[in-house]
Design a protein around this ligand. Structure first.
Ligand SMILES: [Zn+2]
Length: 132
C-alpha cells in the first residue's frame, strides 16, 4: 500500500473518537456508514474490508454546489475531518450513488452532509505524539 494512503489511514483513526488502539498498535474502529467493526494496522495498512472514505467526495472539491460542505473541512480533500474508515462495500456504494450523482443533486448533497455531520461528531483532536 502506498505510503501516502497509509498516512491518511493513520490520520483518520487518530482523529476518530471511536477508534481504539491496542497495546500492539492495532486500531479498531467502526465503519462511518454501517458501524461494522474495522481494523487498521499501526502503520496505517488497511486490514480486512477497511477502506479510506473521503466523506466529501474528492471530485466535489471546487464545485460551487458543494462549497458549504468543503468549507467544513477547510477546502482540503485530505483534511483529517474529511477522512474516515469505511467498509469497502459501503464506500463503493457511496461512490456509485451520491458521489456520482454530484453535489447539485439535492438527495446526494443531503446524504453527504449527513455523513459529514456524523464524521464531525466523531472528531477528536490529533494527539501531539502522532504529529512527530
Ligand atoms: Zn460499512
Amino acid at each position: 500500500m502506498r505510503a501516502k494512503l497509509k498516512a491518511l489511514f493513520r490520520l483518520a483513526v487518530a482523529t476518530d473518537d471511536e477508534a481504539v488502539q491496542a497495546a500492539d498498535g492495532l486500531w479498531t474502529t467502526r465503519c462511518l456508514h454501517c458501524r461494522t467493526r474495522l481494523q487498521v494496522a499501526a502503520d496505517g495498512e488497511a486490514l480486512g474490508g477497511s477502506s479510506l472514505e473521503h466523506v466529501v467526495p474528492q471530485a466535489w472539491f471546487g464545485r460551487r454546489a458543494a462549497a458549504d460542505l468543503t468549507a467544513q473541512v477547510g477546502e482540503d480533500r485530505d483534511d483529517a475531518r474529511n477522512l474516515a474508515v469505511a467498509c469497502r462495500r459501503c464506500n463503493q456504494d457511496k461512490g456509485k450513488g451520491p458521489d456520482a450523482a454530484g453535489p447539485q443533486d439535492a438527495r446526494a448533497h443531503a446524504v453527504v452532509a449527513a455523513l459529514l455531520a456524523k464524521r464531525l461528531t466523531r472528531w477528536r483532536p490529533l494527539p501531539d505524539r502522532s504529529t512527530h
